[in-house]
Design a binder for this molecule. Structure first.
Ligand SMILES: Nc1ncnc2c1ncn2[C@@H]1O[C@H](COP(=O)(O)OP(=O)(O)O)[C@@H](O)[C@H]1O
Ligand SMILES: [Mg+2]
Length: 261
């Protein structure tokens, strides 16, 4: 009898991608597990969005593989029911209403129309569902993007910089939502260049700099490993997330490959 090993929700294996001779994703390997928020942390230009596009089959890697539930995205059946993603807010037809946008998406994947109203309620857009999405504020557009990502009730969710440009209320809302999705047993991969945000949101960190994966460990462990032991010991546990920035700077300072963006 062969023992069955669980397939990671998301798996990147040696992912590499260059543009015009410049390597922007450089042999990146990691696995994303369900039941926790995995933060994909790195400065602007580090290669986060490119990696996410590679995971979703929107770009081809020069080498390496990207797997969702053990398969390349292109081979997934009913992909929206397996993985939902928000890569860019405002990636929708400007003249369509929010509801129409979601209905079109639902129809394209044979998802029930009632699911549209469920996700609209989930993201708090019920009252404006009939309005032209093109007129939405950034915060509303982010909510619509998240509604689209959740349409198929996927077990895997990818969000690229979801809190960018949001007001504090929107930030707390997204943070709470991501934690809830993870608590429901989903795999949540969220990118950000904001250290404070990742410190309080992510259970696990993938740190990327200049296309290379610099760390893959729990947020707690990352902070402990890369701060001054004395500072760490004398900082109350609740305040330790504030040390993430120091940890990040230390790591990148010690990384010969890292060049600040
Ligand atoms: N389509 C593209 N053509 C050329 N360069 C690109 C393209 N997409 C991204 N890049 C470059 O690749 C690097 C990584 O970009 P990106 O993945 O967007 O980083 P991040 O999301 O971490 O800010 C950047 O220097 C960016 O300018
Ligand atoms: Mg990006």
């Amino acid at each position: 009898m062969t023992s069955q090993t669980a397939v990671p929700a998301i798996e990147a294996c040696g992912l590499t991608r260059s543009y015009g001779g410049r390597t922007v994703v450089d042999h990146v390997s990691f696995a994303v597990e369900p039941g926790r928020v995995t933060g994909f942390l790195g400065p602007n230009g580090a290669g986060k969005s490119t990696t996410m596009r590679l995971l979703l089959g929107l770009e081809r890697p020069d080498s390496g593989t990207a797997l969702i539930n053990g398969r390349p995205y292109a081979e997934l059946r009913a992909p929206l029911a397996q993985v939902g993603a928000m890569l860019e807010a405002k990636a929708f037809h400007k003249g369509r209403s929010a509801r129409k946008h979601l209905l079109c998406l639902a129809q394209s994947q044979a998802l029930p129309a009632r699911r549209v109203d469920e996700v609209l309620a989930m993201v708090g857009l019920t009252d404006v569902a009939g309005r032209r999405a093109g007129g939405f504020s950034l915060g509303m557009a982010q909510r619509l993007g998240i509604a689209a990502a959740l349409l198929g009730d996927p077990r895997i969710v990818l969000l690229d910089e979801p809190v960018n440009g949001l007001d504090p209320e929107g930030i707390v809302w997204i943070r709470t939502l991501m934690k809830r999705l993870a608590a429901e047993g989903r795999a949540v991969l969220v990118s950000s260049h904001l250290m404070n945000e990742m410190a309080v949101t992510a259970d696990h960190l993938l740190v990327i700099g200049a296309g290379r994966l610099l760390a893959d460990c729990s947020t707690t462990e990352f902070i402990r490993r890369h701060t001054d032991p004395e500072v760490y010991a004398t900082t109350p546990a609740v305040a330790r997330p504030a040390l993430l920035e120091e940890a990040f700077m230390r790591l990148t300072a010690h990384s010969a490959q890292f060049t600040a963006a």
